[in-house]
Design a protein around this ligand. Structure first.
Ligand code: ZN
Length: 1015
């Protein structure tokens, strides 16, 4: 995605016709970009954005901890520029599987240098069923810091241990309830899901149903089930089947940790396990895995050679006693140990307090030196302790094969550590990512570099649903790694496992350098990242919503027969950019839209005025004289003026019965402004006719935008004329008109423009009028999509599906009376991914910053499936700030879809809406849709708060009795409405199969929790 603001007004490039025979990709000619201010610009690097797409050479700009541009940046004021030519710039690496919660508090470990030096910026802790207490651990990270961001899981073994101790039996119903409650609390405390370790006691004592029950609790909060499956050797297929069953029955996405088939007899079986997983994926189950790129694993000596399941569940401390008193068991145990030893190429002692001399040496060598049978050596060691071992038992072929799978992430299974001469742990702690990317991808070319990077960035972010991380995208956190592909390599080996990786030049967390020019900066920039529960009753961290919303009224406002659809292409609220509702004191006025009886479309409609006063909703009057085609927006002023933009047709009445077909374009029209007397809203309005210069050919098809300056009582209307411009008429406070024109931006190539014209209409506009400043924002329909093959005319024909809103345009003037409009700028676009961009709402703050919300819909599914199967379909809700004609901030607020998760924003014209309270707190009102079984119940209308400091809260559901099915309006300040604590919502709906307008009034209460930043 490319956000640099392109000027396409007069400086737009018109290409010669000869180029049309070439690929449309060539039409993306360089256009001068507007200068961008940034704290940091990484210049000229090879950018891998985390999506797995081919890299591009370009710049990454960072401001206030966020990425603000990726691609070609024309720098404005820049704090620091780093020349990254020849270097790879990628999202900070994410390690989904560590055990660092067990080591972080050890001396010197907190900076997590072994991970930072590999380029990791985020790690997940609490894996394999054993996890520190979620609330306490995350608070400890808050208080004492960490070198990387930390996500935590709630451990199944830990939970089981708290309720059942080490009992090897199923829990009673009451015990299961207590376990459920512990998982629930952990999820409310910010856990990202439940982890299990089903080869370890006491997790191994759980039956599948227990795991289903607990995973269901995690899933109800939107969490994952991450599992060290019940067997990674002989039982791998049964173990994978169990994980799939747990996912199916609990609704939790399943993530298989450190995927492998180990022990020599099982080499190759990872392919059968992968086939089982791929079948489940094809059936719609969310199931993924991670892998560390080594042929050895690491666990305890007992886990390797004394598996309880094979030793009649004899507990390890009791092993010696039972062998001594039970000769048959003694024979069995020795046989099991001997058999286990034969399944490994080598087992090395990683750390030992009782046998420090053994550290770093293999069992075979120790046994030979001590002239002991290896079985006796195991029993000798096991009688005193269960040391950590590194056990070599995987096939290099299998490891290489699995790393190419698109659903296998990279993860270390290691821990944050500092080099310690008394230890000889697995080299994965210091080398995993540099090995996978540097050795396997860059050096040995086993997998493509873009895939290796994706497996450590975008993929893990998608798997856990980590918002705004894992990709280099505008609005995302500036967690970035810059490495030198020529020497990015793991240096840790099985002989020397504590060597830092080489080649990482910079690591940024939130735009701050933790590794600067190859050297660690002695600061802890990592944060505890808490999962936001998607649960309806606790949309926020810890179950405390950041604010509360109360519904004060829910009513039907206008209903049939007066309020009905007109069958002319205009929906109930077709004028999505303008206001249909204004508030004057305690009274509300609504501009309804009804059909004229007996008239053929398209100009078969008329306005009707409704009022809500203390007694309820009342019909006031309707247009008895004229007909029109499109809804008629309202405006007001603080002094209580009530005005309407109308556009009566000049075409003759055509009786419905005699009309053969609807006229496609409608007839000429006469725009006017009607002024009502709010004290007598049933009296006929005054007709105010703008004095137009020239002789604009107005039509019924106006795409009108109407705005009011509440404080000054001035109004402006914009009305499309032909396909080249919009004409505007400004009514000042003295009743004088001024008119003018705003020419549309030029299309990049007329051949592919929607109407085969030179200009691009900017429709569904938001207009803001304040002190004679006018801001005009809208979305444009554009056929051209440079990735579509020009030879395939069917891919760009308007009649197929090339016709999409792909650009969000903006122009302004500081004084409509004296100053021409600025050149157009593009605030956002979807030209690269074939999506749709839709303007939501905007508000001009007193400090001159224009706050804008908009949404992006993905590519048409048919187009994607046929031509671009690589494009993922995601929905994004975006927020930006424009000041002095420049986009100064842009963030993705919420995402959902194929990669971004099963709860997504919806609607693309007029969604979302803003509500601004008296203290200038912004609330974004939006509809979210749950698309998976576990999120379906979350479909509804939500509010997010944007505080004055720019922080954005988690979404809080608006508890409406009747959900909002789609479009809704607020009494927006754009229509001259004063700011208000409560929000008025006008909702297009259907009741008893009939179209109605509903009304709801909602009020926001700050709530107890402080505002939470999205992270
Ligand atoms: Zn594990």
């Amino acid at each position: 995605m490319c956000v640099h603001v392109r000027r396409i007004g007069k400086t737009g490039t018109l290409l010669p016709w000869v180029i049309l025979g070439l690929s449309l990709a060539m039409l993306a000619a360089p256009v001068p970009a507007a200068p961008l201010d940034a704290d940091l610009v990484l210049r000229g690097g090879t950018i891998h954005d985390g999506s797995g797409a081919a890299p591009v050479v370009g710049d990454v700009a960072v401001r206030a901890g966020r990425i603000v541009a990726v691609g070609k940046v024309t720098p404005g004021k820049v704090g620091r520029t780093i020349d990254c030519s020849g270097l790879v710039v990628a999202p900070g690496l994410i390690d989904l599987h560590t055990h660092s919660d067990g080591t972080l508090a050890q001396p010197g470990v907190r900076p997590c240098l072994n991970y930072l030096m590999q380029g990791c910026t985020t790690m997940v802790t609490g894996n394999c069923g054993g996890a520190s207490d979620v609330g306490k651990f995350l608070k400890d990270v808050d208080a004492n810091g960490a070198g990387t961001n930390i996500l935590h899981l709630v451990g199944h073994s830990t939970v089981r241990g708290k309720v059942l101790g080490s009992a090897r039996r199923a829990p009673t119903a009451e015990e299961l309830e207590r376990m459920n409650a512990l998982v629930d609390q952990a999820m409310r405390d910010g856990a990202w899901g439940l982890s299990s370790g089903l080869i370890y006691a006491p997790g191994a004592y759980a039956e599948t149903d227990e795991l289903v029950a607990l995973a269901r609790v995690a899933a109800s909060h939107g969490g994952v089930y991450a599992t060290h499956i019940r067997g990674e050797a002989d039982e791998i297929l049964e173990a994978v089947a169990e994980a799939i069953r747990i996912g199916r029955q609990s609704g939790a996405p399943v993530h298989i940790s450190h995927f492998k088939s180990m022990q020599i007899p099982n080499w190759g079986r990872i392919r059968d396990a992968a086939a089982t997983i791929e079948k489940a994926r094809a059936e719609g189950l969310k199931i993924t895995a991670d892998q560390y790129p080594y042929t050895a694993n690491s666990y305890s000596l007992a886990d390797a050679v004394l598996p309880e399941a094979k030793l009649q569940w004899c507990r390890r401390p009791e092993l010696g006693q039972r062998m001594a008193r039970d000769p048959a068991f003694n024979a069995l145990a020795r046989g099991v140990i001997a058999d286990q030893l034969g399944r490994f190429e080598k087992i090395t002692i990683a750390s030992s307090k009782k046998f420090p001399d053994y550290v770093g040496r293999s069992l075979a060598k120790i046994a030979a030196k001590e002239k002991l049978d290896p079985v006796d050596l195991v029993l000798k060691i096991a009688a005193q302790e269960t040391p950590q071992v590194v056990s070599h038992s995987m096939s290099e072929k299998d490891v290489r094969w699995a790393m190419a799978l698109p659903w296998v992430a990279t993860a270390s299974d290691g821990s944050a550590r500092t080099p310690d001469p008394r230890e000889h742990h697995h080299p994965r702690n210091f080398g995993t990512f540099a090995r996978k990317i540097g050795r396997y991808a860059i050096q040995d070319k086993v997998i493509p570099l873009e895939h290796a990077i994706r497996s450590a960035t975008g993929l893990p972010a998608d798997i856990f649903g980590i918002p705004e991380r894992g990709y280099l995208r505008p609005g995302y956190h500036a967690d970035i790694v810059v490495f030198d592909p020529a020497n990015y390599l793991d240096q840790a080996t099985f002989d020397k496992p504590q060597q830092y990786a080489t080649g990482v030049r910079y690591v940024f967390l939130g735009g701050r350098a933790a590794i600067d020019d190859g050297k660690p900066v002695a600061k802890l920039f990592g944060r505890a990242l808490r999962h936001r529960s998607t649960r309806q009753d606790s949309a926020a961290v810890g179950g405390r919503p950041p604010f509360t919303v109360r519904v004060e009224a829910e009513e039907i406002a206008c209903y049939p027969p007066a309020y009905e659809t007109t069958n002319n292409g205009s929906g109930m609220f077709w004028g999505s950019g303008s206001a249909q509702m204004v508030r004057i004191g305690e009274r509300l006025f609504v501009s309804a839209f009804e059909a004229v009886p007996g008239c053929a479309p398209l100009n078969n409609a008329r306005w009707a005025l409704y009022e809500r006063d203390a007694e309820g909703w009342k019909f006031r009057q309707r247009d008895e004289k004229d007909r029109t085609r499109e809804p008629c927006p309202l405006g007001t002023s603080y002094a209580g003026r009530l005005v309407m933009s109308a556009n009566p047709t000049l075409a003759p009445f055509v009786p419905a019965a005699t009309a053969p077909t609807a006229k496609p374009h409608g007839g000429p029209a006469r725009p006017e402004v009607l002024e009502f007397d709010p004290a007598h809203p049933d009296q006929k309005p005054k007709h105010l006719l703008p004095r137009w210069s020239g002789n604009p050919e107005f039509s019924e098809h106006s795409y009108r935008a109407f705005a009011a300056d509440g404080a000054s009582g001035e109004f402006i209307v914009f009305h499309n004329v032909g396909n080249t411009r919009t004409a505007w008429a400004f009514l000042d406070r003295n009743g004088r008109w001024k008119t003018g024109q705003l020419t549309w931006p030029k299309g990049e190539d007329p051949k592919y423009a929607v109407w085969h014209g030179e200009y691009t209409p900017v429709n569904y506009a938001n207009v803001v009028l304040h002190n004679r400043q006018v801001h005009y924002l809208g979305q444009s329909p554009i056929n051209i999509w440079r990735r579509i093959d020009a030879a395939k005319t069917e891919t760009w024909g308007r009649d197929k599906w090339g016709w999409r809103m792909r650009k969000l345009h903006y122009a302004w003037t500081p004084d409509i009376k004296t100053t021409p409009f600025s050149e157009w700028i593009v605030l956002d676009e979807t030209m690269d991914d074939g999506g749709t961009v839709g303007l939501g709402d905007s508000w001009l703050a007193p400090d001159g910053r224009l706050h804008v919300v908009w949404q992006k819909e993905p590519i048409n599914p048919k187009l994607r499936d046929q031509f671009f199967p690589d494009i993922k379909r995601d929905w994004h809700m975006c927020y930006g700030i424009v000041k002095q004609g420049k986009l100064i901030e842009k963030r993705v607020v919420l995402s959902g879809g194929e990669t971004a998760g099963p709860l997504r924003p919806t609607g693309y014209i007029g969604h979302p809406r803003l509500h601004v309270t008296l203290d200038h707190t912004l609330y974004v009102l939006c509809n979210l849709v749950g698309t998976a079984p576990q999120t379906k119940a979350q479909t509804g209308t939500y509010a997010l708060r944007i505080a004055n400091d720019g922080s954005i809260s988690s979404p809080v559901r608006i508890p409406l009795a009747r959900p909002i099915p789609g479009t809704f309006f607020t009494a927006t300040p754009r229509a001259g409405n004063p700011l208000s604590e409560a929000a008025d919502l006008l909702i297009a709906d259907t009741v008893d199969d009939k179209p109605v307008a509903r009304y709801a009034r909602i009020r926001f209460y700050p709530g107890s929790a402080a505002s939470t930043k999205i992270d």
